[in-house]
Design a protein around this ligand. Structure first.
Ligand code: GCW
Length: 690
């Protein structure tokens, strides 16, 4: 009760405190008139739903809206039934989701007809890579919203609570219902009593919005903080330690969601340290959580510095374990087989396992896509991924259908996104990065949505002015806004991912970043002594004979991990989609492309096109100046300038570096590089020895 009052009081002050600084995200609507709400039930969540309706209603004035909790076989889980004047759901949360959906449709002027809306996935989770010292791994929007460093580590201020409440509200508004509070490279301290007490408070603030708490846990916790000599998952004392820990957690947080585990990956401990399998490790934890309804999300992001192609390793390790996992274990698989690259084919683990729940892991934070500097709308990439056909059970076995339970039943269905939030006023660093948070939530709720629809919604919710005045004028202003702002900016968003692929890694190139910051180009980067599979030359394989990673039968044979007809399609250079060409094939520089250009020329044209696309984005943005808040306008304008400079560097670095091998001229109809290769390499090497 106290919390509800606190939340309501805090909400009253929101619009005053947060003018046009981006803090309001996509939630800045205004109310157009009073309404009456009919609802026989009251609860913290229902009260929030009513409050949102009163505050942001944009439908008919003096309307009467009914909110009804009533079972209906067609309404599943968090779903709801929507009509123009009412919402029906199985649960309080269903009502809240229905309210956000109704308000969104009003603001975006979507037709509201009777409709049952069910979520694609049961669990829709944001994974925060937030460290307990307040830093955020691969975070580009300031420090952690959950953790402070130093002596303040465990402090909780009113400001913190307000931020968490706003965060939970934003999540709920797009259907996100879970959050992992800490990094997968995890400190065992998260499971100590003091940290768990703080987690309990966060859970309390997030609970009314239906956002459940999950924690990343360190597999070696029993020995690191529990005083045991081992963390062997088959050891009875270790099992007991996890069981006791689960009891302690559920005592504090009765609706705790479960654990996320990065095991035997990039130095994190795991069951293999004790000669056990991933299944042994995951099942032991799953058994400890089972009595309370908790789950284990066990990551398949594993690879060793062996001779085996890194792209094959997750599949090789996990496929033999299909059928061995408990039903409250979900294997969490990154969208691509390597690592959140600008473009990868889908990981062959999707559509492979038949007796194990598998969930996609997407990366909302732009680790490999220009971080908080580049404008890159990721929904296009996720749409491409979710629509990819795995052929698990014949044609149309899309990744979406393989993971949402449509093809093989799964005990749990889930999807996760690595969050891009931080303490920056606008949460995400780049104003347009908010669109990626929004898109993740929307796709988690409905994995059939198109990126175009998501962009359209987000732009209207974020930028559309409330137009007042007589209705003819209103109509005129509205049309003008649609034509002059909405359409061009949407177009820019929808092209932005392809542009990034073009100026960074076209034609299936991947992981050619400099060093470990994953920002700028470094096709040359290969310091002595470093693992080969952490260096770009391992991935691009350029030499005077050609370029690309041979993953066909003559190479690593990774194509074998895909079902037919994909396996043959990828393996035949004539049928392999050109967007994946150098992912699967090593080809000579003079290989003839469909366009008639040779491979080298084609690559040059892609880099040039990427750069020109960004230049066009600059122009698009400059033209929409009259329609955007000036502060936001300048921020985006200056970031686009930086993006353009970076795209130029990418183009020059890659073309001049690969030209050493292709030994062919850069086609004369494209602009000449403006940097020298030697200088770029020297600068790059220097910046790595800061
Ligand atoms: O992409 C890599 C990142 C690491 C990250 C790792 C993972 C959290 O560079 O920073 O660690 O993936 O997903 O575990």
């Amino acid at each position: 009760m106290k919390i509800t009052i606190l939340i309501l009081i805090m909400m009253m002050f929101l619009p005053v405190l947060q003018a046009e600084n981006g803090h309001n995200l996509w939630l800045g609507g205004v109310c157009t008139g009073p309404i009456t709400i009919e609802c026989s039930k009251s609860s913290t969540t229902i009260d929030l739903a009513k409050h949102e309706l009163h505050k942001y209603w944009q439908g008919k004035e003096n309307a009467t809206i009914s909110l009804q909790i009533k079972a209906d076989l067609l309404i599943k889980g968090d779903g709801y039934k929507l009509t123009a004047d009412g919402i029906q759901a199985n649960t309080d949360l269903g009502i809240l989701y229905g309210v956000y959906s109704l308000l969104r449709r009003q603001q975006t002027e979507e037709n509201i007809k009777e409709e049952i809306v069910n979520p694609s996935y049961e669990l829709r989770i944001l994974d925060h890579w937030d460290n307990l010292n307040g830093s955020v791994e691969r975070g580009y929007a300031g420090r952690s919203i959950f953790w402070h460093g130093g002596k303040d580590s465990l402090n909780i201020s009113e400001q913190d609570k307000k931020l968490w409440q706003e965060y939970a509200r934003a999540d709920a508004s797009i259907g996100i219902n879970g959050t992992v509070l800490n990094n997968v490279n995890t400190s065992p301290l998260i499971l100590t009593p003091n940290y768990l007490k703080k987690v309990e408070v966060i859970a309390k603030v997030l609970r009314p919005y239906g956002v459940k708490i999950y924690l990343s846990v360190n597999f070696a916790s029993p020995s690191l903080i529990g005083g045991l000599k081992t963390a062997d998952p088959l050891n009875p004392e270790v099992k007991k330690w996890w069981q006791d820990k689960a009891r302690e957690i559920y005592h504090l947080i009765p609706d705790f969601g479960g654990f996320l585990v990065k095991a035997n990956s990039e130095g994190q401990p795991g069951p293999q340290n004790f000669g056990r399998t991933h299944a042994d490790g995951a099942n032991m934890m799953a058994d400890a959580l089972k009595p309370y309804g908790g789950i284990v999300m066990w990551r398949a992001f594993v690879y060793n510095p062996s001779d085996e192609d890194r792209a094959k390793q997750a599949y090789s390790e996990f496929m033999p374990l299909d059928g061995q996992f408990r039903d409250n274990v979900i294997i969490q698989v990154k969208n691509g087989p390597i690592d959140f690259q600008p473009r990868e084919p889908f990981s062959p683990l999707f559509g492979a396992m038949k007796k194990t729940s598998v969930m996609p892991e997407l990366q909302v934070t732009q680790e490999y896509l220009g971080q908080s500097v580049h404008l890159v709308f990721l929904a296009s990439m996720w749409e491409e991924f979710l629509k990819s056909d795995t052929y698990q059970a014949g044609h149309m076995s899309t990744v979406a259908r393989c993971t949402d339970g449509s093809i093989y039943p799964q005990a749990h269905t889930a999807i996760a996104g690595v969050a891009n939030t931080g303490r920056d006023t606008n949460w995400c660093g780049h104003p347009f990065a908010q669109a990626n948070w929004y898109a993740f939530g929307r796709l988690a709720w409905n994995n059939r949505l198109t990126s175009a629809q998501i962009a359209d919604e987000w732009l209207k919710l974020t930028f559309k002015p409330t137009i007042s005045g007589d209705s003819t004028k209103q109509q005129k202003n509205q049309t003008e806004w649609d034509v002059k702002f909405l359409e061009p900016v949407k177009q820019m968003m929808l092209e932005s991912r392809e542009a990034a692929v073009n100026y960074m890694m076209p034609l299936g190139l991947h992981h050619i970043f400099s060093a470990n910051d994953h920002y700028g180009p470094g096709p040359w980067w290969a310091p002595k002594g470093i693992r080969k599979d952490w260096t770009p030359p391992y991935y691009h394989q350029a030499d005077t004979a050609g370029i690309g990673f041979d993953r066909t039968q003559t190479g690593s044979n990774a194509i074998k991990q895909y079902h037919e007809p994909l396996c043959s399609l990828f393996s035949n250079v004539k049928t392999c989609p050109e967007i994946y060409l150098l992912w699967f094939h090593h080809l000579p520089w003079d290989y003839k492309m469909k366009s008639g250009h040779n491979l080298w020329e084609e690559m040059c044209y892609h880099y040039e096109e990427g750069l020109q696309q960004v230049r066009k984005f600059q122009e698009t943005w400059d033209r929409v100046k009259p329609y955007v808040d000036q502060e936001q306008f300048i921020i985006v304008q200056s970031k686009l300038r930086q993006q353009c400079l970076n795209a130029q560097v990418w183009k020059d670095a890659c073309l001049l570096y690969f030209q050493q091998y292709s030994r062919m001229p850069i086609p004369y109809d494209i602009e000449r590089p403006v940097h020298n290769l030697k200088d770029m390499i020297a600068k790059d090497m220097k910046s790595q020895h800061r």
